[in-house]
Design a protein around this ligand. Structure first.
Ligand code: GTP
Ligand code: MG
Length: 394
């Protein structure tokens, strides 16, 4: 029996101690729309016989939105700290329903969809996302958001985190309230929308979606294209050290090594043998790439050891490589570089300290010395980051 049916069976006179659904609406100066939003949310639940409440999380509105929401029948919670995420966190904290349905206070979302979200949750979904992309009404979303911001940011989010969600910024969603401790949401701004999807996906929750309509907004938009777009992008990058550091660093390192190999083997490419300038560029890429990969490993270690993140890739690395492997590799590179320096010096002495040669070997020798130091000391850093682990002898 569905939870709606169970609740309906309690009958109109029976006391319903906890509402089944809390519709939570974040609100910042939405006097033009908030009453109608509350009324529509209420009507949708009453019409479907869903016991529920409407919670408006007011972000210190100065236009009387909070009073209007309360007069329309909402329970109002006040959150003085500005931001879409802050408002939602306050609203979630006050919600009492088993399910929470989220929607903006601007009449862009159709609250008649509430029963569909509830039905999906009843059937076992833990997070249900609306997908606006095929049903955007004229004037509802600016061109820049429709064709650039939303698809690009959703594309990056899915590339990094493989959530499979079609419209990661859709503000109408439903979820079971008991997933909140699992999600452990923290962000305060618009990036809250991304955080929720990424956390749910990382925790392998049952995420479902269905198409909904998106209507033109009443009142003034609170979204700032570039500031909020950047907040989303920044969130995606700092939560994926693999894409921020490890992949770009590895590509740079391999490309640099290839260029150095071409120069040192003196093969003719593009009609000429490459010289010391190409080798310097290659060396710069190898050194920079190694540094970036090292930072990525440290970021993975931080996430895994200090943030308690599940990180199968890093766990596999840790199982395969111990501190001593890194020290050995660093030591070998350092030793090879130093030996080359000595050889160059002896050859120079043999020439009576006159001609130092074209410098090609010296660039390789210094690159090896720098790499050796980077690998040696980064290995120690990774080991230090893991000191608090029980199996900390790695
Ligand atoms: N941006 C923002 N929104 C807030 C804040 N506090 C509450 N909100 C509410 O969060 C919801 C989302 O803001 P919107 O301006 O609708 O942003 P959006 O839906 O991405 O953009 P539009 O398509 O223009 O509506 C609205 O209901 C706001 O009233 C805040 O500090 N900043
Ligand atoms: Mg909106």
């Amino acid at each position: 029996m569905s939870t709606i049916e169970q609740s309906a069976l309690r009958g109109p006179g029976a006391p319903v101690r906890t509402p089944l659904v809390s519709v939570v609406i974040p609100c910042l100066n939405e006097a033009e729309n908030i009453e109608e939003c509350v009324r529509r949310a209420r009507a949708a639940m009453d019409g479907a016989n869903i016991p529920g409440e409407v919670v408006v999380a007011d972000n210190d509105s100065s236009d009387g939105s909070a009073e209007l929401a309360a007069a329309a029948g909402a329970r109002v919670v006040h959150e003085p700290r500005r931001g879409y995420g802050s408002a939602y966190l306050a609203g979630f904290g006050a919600a009492r329903g088993e399910y929470i349905v989220m929607g903006d206070a601007d009449l862009t979302y159709d609250f008649n969809e509430i029963p569909r979200f509830v039905a999906e949750l009843d059937q076992g979904a833990q997070l249900v996302m609306g997908d606006r992309m095929g049903n955007i009404h004229p004037g509802a979303m600016p061109w820049l958001h429709r064709y650039v911001g939303n698809p690009v940011l959703t594309g990056i989010l899915n590339l990094f985190f493989r959530t499979g969600v079609s419209d990661a910024h859709c503000g109408m969603r439903g979820f079971r309230r008991d997933i909140l401790p699992i999600l452990d949401l923290r962000t305060t701004g618009m990036e809250f929308a991304s955080e929720m999807v990424i956390r749910a996906s990382k925790e392998k929750l049952d995420i479902r979606e269905f198409p909904i309509e998106y209507h033109p907004r009443g009142g003034e938009s609170k979204l700032s294209s570039f500031r909020d777009g950047w907040r989303h992008l920044r969130f995606l990058l700092v939560h994926s050290p693999t894409h921020l550091f490890v992949i770009p660093g590895t590509v740079l390192l391999l490309l640099g090594a290839l260029i150095m190999g071409i120069v040192l083997s003196e093969v003719s490419i593009l009609g000429r043998v490459w010289g010391i300038h190409a080798e310097l560029a290659g060396a710069m890429m190898v050194i920079g790439g190694t540094q970036i990969v090292g930072l990525g490993l440290a970021a993975h270690a931080y996430g895994s050891y200090f943030m308690g993140e599940r990180d199968p890739w890093f766990d596999r690395m840790r199982a395969r490589f111990r501190l001593e492997h890194g020290l050995m590799l660093g030591g070998v590179l350092l030793f090879a570089g130093l030996i080359m320096c000595v050889v160059i010096f002896i050859a120079w002495a043999h020439r009576g300290f006159a001609d130092l040669g074209n410098g090609g070997a010296a660039v390789l020798a210094t690159t090896l010395v720098i790499l050796g130091m980077q690998v040696f000391f980064t290995s120690f850093l990774l080991s230090i980051l893991g000191l608090r682990r029980i199996d900390n002898a790695r």
